[in-house]
Design a protein. Sequence first.
Lengths: 114, 112
Amino acid sequence: EPEVTQTPSHQVTQMGQEVILRCVPISNHLYFYWYRQILGQKVEFLVSFYNNEISEKSEIFDDQFSVERPDGSNFTLKIRSTKLEDSAMYFCASRAGSNTGELFFGEGSRLTVL
Amino acid sequence: GNSVTQMEGPVTLSEEAFLTINCTYTATGYPSLFWYVQYPGEGLQLLLKATKADDKGSNKGFEATYRKETTSFHLEKGSVQVSDSAVYFCALRGGGADGLTFGKGTHLIIQP
């Protein structure tokens, strides 16, 4: 069964460092998303991406964040200068073209900022 | 904006008990509604969905009915198992937004 894969599963970094989280969405999907879940809190929408550009972003997704689809398969989230409060589980998701289609989530990348 | 409110846990039940997890939402228009489940150490998996009023989503013995008049999408199961222990998230997509809006999640613990 096709699945969304994410790497790394866990990353520990120092405050101020750049981090890149990688995702390989399901191959025929067109819409891509990043969400985050701070420990014990709700899953929060960060950004959606379609047709090689951001289609929507939340207030959380400030100038420290960027997304890219550098080739036909990867979808990355970059945090330029990490802060302690960026520590969270980051989930990538993808969706096929149907407007009511479900999002398929990866298993998440846990980011710990020290 | 969109919002989802669900009962907070943990909810602890005995095996074979009846389960209800309440979920209500606020959105403009006609959102699609979802229940996702997160098993320990895993990502989010779609459990069921409903895309229009009065639709009933069902999967693995779980059911939820899209009630527009009460803006609710309560999750039910007639007889829970230990393997149902997980965190359950109610979510919606619509109201002009592309991304999903999640509730805070309900931690369900089933004891043998």
